[in-house]
Design a protein around this ligand. Structure first.
Ligand code: V55
Ligand code: FE
Length: 484
């Protein structure tokens, strides 16, 4: 019998389940879409196909819904499709939720025992002409870029044997390599971590297995010309917790943030662990580069547990809106025995979900773009209700990482912004010369807009806004695929 969705912050307001797959040709546009924008903006976020098997407070556990905005000749076409994971297909067949809590197979229906639990809801990337929808507890799910049809989980020619694939692989623009890893690579709560280099044709060319010092989140990582850095945060997971039905991860700040540094073509014996001995929560990698011996790793860093749904043992967690977050540069000196990275503040502002010019990934760079909270700006509580912790951002931000200069565009008192993605103007354009695309949640109208800004002048506001006739729930990460 059909039931209502549980009363739950994640299923209310703008994030009410949508469950709509759509095709909308030639979106209505205010302003002018630049004619040189030829390509597709992909994005993904959670949107449950069915009422969940259990009522859980974790926003990260619903089916991935992939959206594409295809830009051509000044027009934009929208399409959305579910990422058809094994889980999605099993539940569709059963016509109900079969999978239980986040990262907890012990809460599943017995009929799905041993099945890949991934939702493919966290990030999308394009590599060797293929679109991959990613969830860090599962392999990469291959989809067709043009149609958003699902092919299935990929093992990259049989050589990718890790059970998991990060949601934040990096593509090196200099050689086309896809640099990736999986943690809990031999199953949930295992220490095994697998690192892979996949060449521009999708073939695995380097593989390293190592054990992490503890089983915890490694959500993002950093890649430079000569090194990779694995940031291990303060949340840990173990099977006793899962069997007891507790939240999968527990926040243990006394363990401190750890960073495993490996030469990009290194072996397991080469890994060196660094520690930041204070309470902190690293979010996403902005970019990283090295000069041969020193690694510069730019990241967002908060001063407390951003995942309130994974609290301390006993349930203690801060209010998300009280946490201080900033953009930091961590420096790892590989020529000394120091085990603490240097830490300098690039910008002391609340900003997350960074994007850079992809042609500068893994190399020295200047420009970063993020979603941000500008606390000086108003919020229309009356029209919008309480701000959602799933999407607290009211502004897009351009950060010059060399000077620390910040420019922002405020989306308005009834809007929230999602992750911006940078689109280069052309192959030969200078760094940062291009456009910024981002979804705007129009909260009272419950509709979504896609804004397009001149990345070098975001304070001027959108040069074009494509209006969707539907609402796209708060999502996570996106990417741009040029048409050639
Ligand atoms: C994150 C997001 C996830 C997840 C683990 O933002 C970490 C971090 C959307 O799913 O499963
Ligand atoms: Fe992420």
């Amino acid at each position: 019998m059909a039931k209502k969705f549980p009363e739950n912050l994640n299923y209310s307001g703008f994030d009410t389940p949508s469950r709509v797959e759509a095709d909308v040709l030639d979106l209505e546009v205010t302003g002018e879409i630049p004619m040189e924008m030829n390509g597709t903006f992909f994005r993904v976020g959670p949107d449950p196909q069915f009422q969940p098997k259990i009522n859980s407070p974790i926003f990260f556990n619903d089916d991935g819904m992939v959206g594409s905005f295809k830009f051509k000749d000044g027009q934009v076409d929208f399409r959305s499709r579910y990422a058809q994971t094994d889980r999605y297909r099993a539940e569709k067949e059963a016509r109900r939720g079969l999978f239980g809590d986040y990262r907890n197979p012990y809460t599943d229906d017995p009929s799905v025992e041993g099945m890949i639990r991934g939702t493919a809801n966290t990030a999308v990337i394009v590599h060797h002409g293929k679109l991959f929808a990613l969830k860090e507890d599962s392999p990469a799910l291959e989809m067709v870029p043009d149609t958003l049809e699902t092919i299935g989980y990929s093992d990259f020619g049989g050589k990718f044997t890790s059970e998991t694939f990060t949601a934040h692989p990096k593509i090196d623009p200099n050689n086309g390599e896809l640099v990736a890893f999986g943690y809990s690579a031999k199953g949930v709560a295992t220490l095994d971590t697998a690192y892979y280099v996949i060449d521009r044709n999708g073939q695995v060319v380097h593989e390293v297995w190592f054990d992490c010092p503890r089983a915890g989140f490694i959500h993002d990582f950093a890649v430079t010309e000569n090194f990779v850095v694995f940031p291990l945060d303060n949340h840990t997971i173990n099977t006793e917790r899962l069997k007891a039905g507790k939240p999968a991860f527990v926040w243990q700040p006394e363990l401190h943030q750890m960073f495993g540094v490996l030469p990009r073509r290194g072996e397991a014996k080469d890994i060196r662990w660094f520690t930041i001995p204070k309470k902190a929560f690293h979010g996403h990698t902005v970019n990283a580069w090295d000069d041969g011996t020193t690694i510069h790793y730019d990241t967002t860093l908060a001063d407390d547990n951003v995942f309130a749904f994974f609290p301390e043992e006993g349930g203690n967690a801060p209010n998300v809106f009280d946490i201080n977050n900033m953009v930091m540069r961590l420096t790892f000196d590989m020529s000394s025995d120091r085990t603490e990275p240097g830490q300098t503040v690039i910008a002391p502002v609340m900003a997350e979900l960074p994007s850079i010019d992809p042609r500068y990934d893994t190399r020295p760079y200047t420009h970063a773009f993020l979603a941000s909270i500008d606390p000086s700006k108003p919020y229309d509580f009356e029209k919008c209700g309480p701000p959602s912790p799933n999407n607290p951002f009211n502004s897009l931000m351009h950060l010059n990482v060399r000077t620390g200069e910040v420019k922002r565009w405020f989306a308005g008192p009834t809007c929230a912004v999602q992750e911006p993605v940078f689109v280069p103007k052309s192959d030969t354009a200078e760094e940062g010369e291009g456009y910024l695309v981002a979804l705007v949640n129009r909260l009272p109208e419950r509709l979504s807009d896609l804004v397009i800004l001149d990345a070098q002048d975001i304070e001027a506001g959108p040069i074009a806004t494509a209006h969707l006739p539907i609402r796209l729930r708060t999502g996570l990460h996106g990417c741009w695929m040029p048409s050639e």
